[in-house]
Design a protein around this ligand. Structure first.
Ligand SMILES: Cc1cc2nc3c(=O)[nH]c(=O)nc-3n(C[C@H](O)[C@H](O)[C@H](O)COP(=O)(O)OP(=O)(O)OC[C@H]3O[C@@H](n4cnc5c(N)ncnc54)[C@H](O)[C@@H]3O)c2cc1C
Ligand SMILES: Cc1cc2nc3c(=O)[nH]c(=O)nc-3n(C[C@H](O)[C@H](O)[C@H](O)COP(=O)(O)O)c2cc1C
Length: 592
C-alpha cells in the first residue's frame, strides 16, 4: 500500500525541488506571492484576492462587463498572468465600480462584451452611459486598454468595447495597446494579447494608482472548453412537437459521465457540430474543386471536404466574409451590395456560402475560399435539466432551423446536426457556458415568474427540476407560448405533474394560432396584470427567455404597461422601475 504525501507527481516534485534549491529568501518570498495570486484566482468563494505579489510597484485594475461570463473568465486569466510578473492586480465587475474613482486611476483594462443588438451587457449599462455621456471627466492620467468581446455575425460587432475605447480616447486617456476586438472563437488571439500586454505593461515605467486596489472574485474554469470539448454520448433524442406541427423541436439528453463537468440552472451547453453534407458537396461541385485538395486554416492543414464539414462556417454569412470575398473576387455587383447597408443586411439573412459563390462568380482557389470563410463557432443551447435531478446528464431543447430560399431547402448547421446527423449512442462535442446573469434567486422562498416562448422554456424546466429535486416550494408561475396547443405544448405532462406536486403554482399558456387573433405571452401577462404586479410587490423575480428580436421587446413593453396601470407610475417611472429590477437582478433575461 502506498501513502500519498503530496498531490504532485514525481516529475513535478523533482522540478519543484530543483527550482527551490537555488533560491534566496527574497526569491522564495516572491514565489510565495506568485502562488498566492494563482490560488486566489481559482477560488470559488467570495470575495477572493486576485493577486498580490510581494514588492510590487505597479498596480492595475481590470474592469469587466459580461453577460455569459466569458469576459470575466478572460479577466481572471489576464489577472493571473500579470500577477506572475509581480503586478498588483484586481478584477472588478463594472456594476460594482464607482465611476467617481475614474479620474484617480492610472492603469485600467476593460474587458467587455456586446449583447442585444449592439448593447452593453446589463452590468455594464450604467458605466457605458456614464463614459459615453457628458459627465465623464478628463482622464489624461489614465493608461488603458480595451478588450471587446463580440460576434461577427452581429451587425454592431463589439460595439460596447468600441464605444468605451473611443470615449476614453476622447477624454484624453492613453492606450497601452490598441483595442482588441474578439470574435467568438478567441482563445488563441486572447492568449497572444495577454502575453503582449503583460510584457508591454511590465516594461513601462511604474506609476501607482491612488484609487486603491479593490479585490474581487474570479471563477474556476472547467477542463473542458470550446478548445477542449468533452465527447458526450447521446442517451436519448425525442421529437417533442407533434406530427402536425410546423416546428420540429427535439429534446436531447447527453451523458457527461466521467467528465466531472458541473453546471447550474441557467447555464448553456456549447455544441461543436458539423455542416450539412449536401451543402458541403454542393459548394465543392459548384466551384469545381477537388474535395481532397489540401487547405490550410487556423486549426491546421486539412482536405477541403473536411475543412468545409468541420472547421469553416458555411450555413451563415457575415459582413467580414462578404467583404473578404468581394476583395478577393473583385466582383462589382457585390461591391455595390457591400456599400449599401440595407442591401447587405438583406443579403446576410437567409443566404449561405453556396449562394455567395453562385450569385457572385469569381475564380478563386480552394485556399482562397478557405481564407475568406469564418471558423465554425459552437452554438449554445440553454440547459433544460438540473444536475440535482439528472446527475451526470445534461438535457437540451432544440428547434430545428429549416427554410427554403430560391427553391433550395436549407438547414441550420447545428440544429440539423442534432436533428439529422446524430442518434442515440453518437458522441457530441460539448462544453458548458456559464451564465451568471441568469440564475435562480439564492433564497429558495423567493417567488419567480418565468416567461418563455418556444424553446425559451428550456431553462425553466431546469429551474423547476432544481426546485423539485431540492424540495424547494417557493412560489413559481410559468408563462408559456407557442403556436398550437395540440402539437406544440412542450413538456406539457411535466408541467402538469409539477402543478400537482406543488412545485409549480400557476401556468398560463398562449397558443398564437389556435384562434383568429394572435395571442402571445405578453398578452397573457397583461390579462393577469393585477396578480403579476402583486407578485412583484411581494419580491418576485422575473425571468425571460427566448426570441430576442420580437418577444423580448414585446414582453418588456407589457411589463411597462403593467407598472403604469397597477403601480400608478408615469412612463418614465415605469422605465426606471424596469431598469432597477434589472440592476437588482430581479429581472433577468436570456434572449437569443
Ligand atoms: C444563450 C443562447 C441560448 C440558446 N438556447 C437555445 C435553445 O435552448 N434552443 C434552441 O433551439 N436554440 C437556442 N439558441 C440558438 C442556437 O444557439 C442556434 O443559434 C440555433 O440552433 C440555430 O443554429 P444553427 O447552427 O442550426 O443555424 P445556423 O447555421 O446558425 O443558421 C441560422 C441562419 O439561417 C438563416 N435562417 C434561419 N431561419 C430562416 C428563415 N426562416 N428564413 C430565412 N433564413 C433563415 C439565417 O441566415 C440565420 O442566421 C440559443 C442561443 C443562445 C445564444
Ligand atoms: C443574444 C446575443 C446578442 C448578441 N449581440 C451581439 C452584438 O450585437 N454584437 C456583438 O459583437 N456581439 C454580440 N453577441 C456576442 C457576444 O458578445 C459574445 O458571445 C461574447 O463572447 C459574450 O461575452 P460575455 O460572456 O462576456 O458576455 C451577442 C450574443 C448573444 C447571445
Amino acid at each position: 500500500m502506498s501513502i500519498q504525501l503530496s498531490p504532485l507527481n514525481d516529475q513535478q516534485l523533482n522540478a519543484l525541488a530543483s527550482l527551490a534549491g537555488g533560491l534566496n529568501r527574497e526569491q522564495l518570498l516572491w514565489i510565495n506571492g506568485y502562488f498566492q495570486g494563482l490560488l486566489a484566482a481559482t477560488a470559488t468563494s467570495q470575495p477572493a484576492i486576485v493577486a498580490a505579489a510581494p514588492k510590487s510597484t505597479k498596480q492595475l485594475k481590470i474592469l469587466y462587463g459580461t453577460h455569459t461570463g466569458r469576459s470575466k473568465t478572460l479577466a481572471g486569466k489576464l489577472a493571473s498572468t500579470l500577477a506572475g510578473k509581480g503586478i498588483e492586480v484586481a478584477t472588478i465587475a463594472l456594476d460594482e465600480y464607482k465611476t467617481r474613482q475614474l479620474n484617480a486611476e492610472t492603469n485600467l483594462v476593460f474587458i467587455v462584451s456586446t449583447h442585444g443588438e449592439g448593447e452593453p451587457p446589463a452590468m455594464a449599462e450604467d458605466f457605458h452611459s456614464f463614459i459615453t455621456g457628458k459627465r465623464a471627466p478628463q482622464l489624461s492620467n489614465l493608461n488603458y486598454s480595451v478588450v471587446a468581446l463580440g460576434d461577427k455575425s452581429y451587425k454592431l460587432f463589439c460595439k460596447t468595447g468600441i464605444d468605451i475605447d473611443q470615449s476614453l480616447a476622447r477624454l484624453g486617456a492613453k492606450s497601452i495597446l490598441p483595442i482588441l476586438t474578439l470574435d467568438v472563437d478567441f482563445d488563441e488571439e486572447a492568449d497572444r494579447w495577454i502575453n503582449e500586454f503583460t510584457n508591454v505593461f511590465a516594461d513601462q515605467p511604474s506609476v501607482s494608482s491612488s484609487a486603491g486596489i479593490v479585490q474581487n472574485t474570479i471563477s474556476v474554469s472547467s477542463v473542458y472548453t470550446r478548445k477542449n470539448p468533452f465527447k458526450a454520448t447521446v442517451i436519448d433524442k425525442v421529437r417533442i412537437t407533434g406530427r402536425t406541427s410546423d416546428k420540429e423541436v427535439y429534446h436531447v439528453e447527453l451523458s457527461l459521465e466521467g467528465s466531472g463537468i458541473t453546471y447550474e440552472p441557467g447555464d448553456s451547453v456549447g455544441i461543436l457540430a458539423n455542416n450539412p453534407p449536401q451543402l458541403v458537396d454542393a459548394i465543392i461541385a459548384h466551384a469545381g474543386f477537388d474535395r481532397t485538395e489540401l487547405v490550410t486554416i487556423k486549426e491546421g492543414t486539412f482536405q477541403l471536404k473536411e475543412a468545409l464539414s468541420e472547421h469553416l462556417e458555411i450555413t451563415v454569412l457575415n459582413r467580414e466574409v462578404i467583404q473578404k470575398y468581394q476583395e478577393k473576387s473583385g466582383n462589382e455587383k457585390l461591391r455595390e451590395i457591400v456599400a449599401n447597408d440595407q442591401e447587405l443586411d438583406k443579403y446576410l439573412y437567409g443566404h449561405d456560402v453556396l449562394d455567395l459563390i453562385e450569385d457572385f462568380s469569381a475564380s478563386l482557389s480552394a485556399q482562397d475560399l478557405a481564407d475568406v470563410l469564418r471558423g465554425f463557432p459552437a452554438r449554445l443551447y440553454s440547459i433544460s435539466s438540473s444536475q440535482d435531478a439528472v446527475g451526470e446528464e445534461v438535457h437540451i431543447t432544440v428547434a430545428t432551423v429549416r427554410y427554403s430560399n430560391k427553391g433550395r431547402n436549407r438547414g441550420g448547421a447545428c440544429s440539423t446536426y442534432l436533428a439529422d446527423r446524430i442518434e442515440v449512442d453518437s458522441q457530441v462535442s460539448v462544453f458548458i457556458e456559464k451564465n451568471p446573469a441568469f440564475k435562480l434567486p439564492e433564497n429558495e422562498e423567493t417567488p419567480v415568474i418565468l416567461i418563455g416562448a418556444g424553446t425559451g422554456v428550456a431553462p425553466f424546466r431546469s429551474f423547476l427540476q432544481h426546485r423539485e429535486a431540492n424540495n424547494q416550494k417557493g412560489k413559481t408561475w410559468l408563462f408559456f407560448g407557442e403556436r398550437r396547443f395540440n402539437s406544440d405544448f412542450l413538456y406539457q405532462l411535466e408541467w402538469q405533474k409539477l402543478l400537482k406536486d406543488g412545485y409549480l403554482e400557476k401556468i398560463d399558456v398562449a397558443f398564437s394560432r389556435d384562434q383568429e387573433e394572435k395571442i402571445y405571452v405578453q398578452n397573457r401577462l397583461i390579462e393577469r396584470q393585477k396578480e403579476v404586479f402583486e407578485w412583484l410587490d411581494n419580491g418576485a423575480n422575473i425571468y425571460l427567455c427566448g426570441d430576442m428580436k420580437q418577444m423580448a421587446r414585446d414582453v418588456q413593453e407589457s411589463l411597462l404597461r403593467i407598472f403604469e396601470n397597477q403601480g400608478g407610475m408615469t412612463p418614465e417611472k415605469a422605465l426606471e422601475y424596469l431598469k432597477t429590477l434589472k440592476k437588482e437582478k430581479r429581472f433577468q433575461l436570456d434572449v437569443y
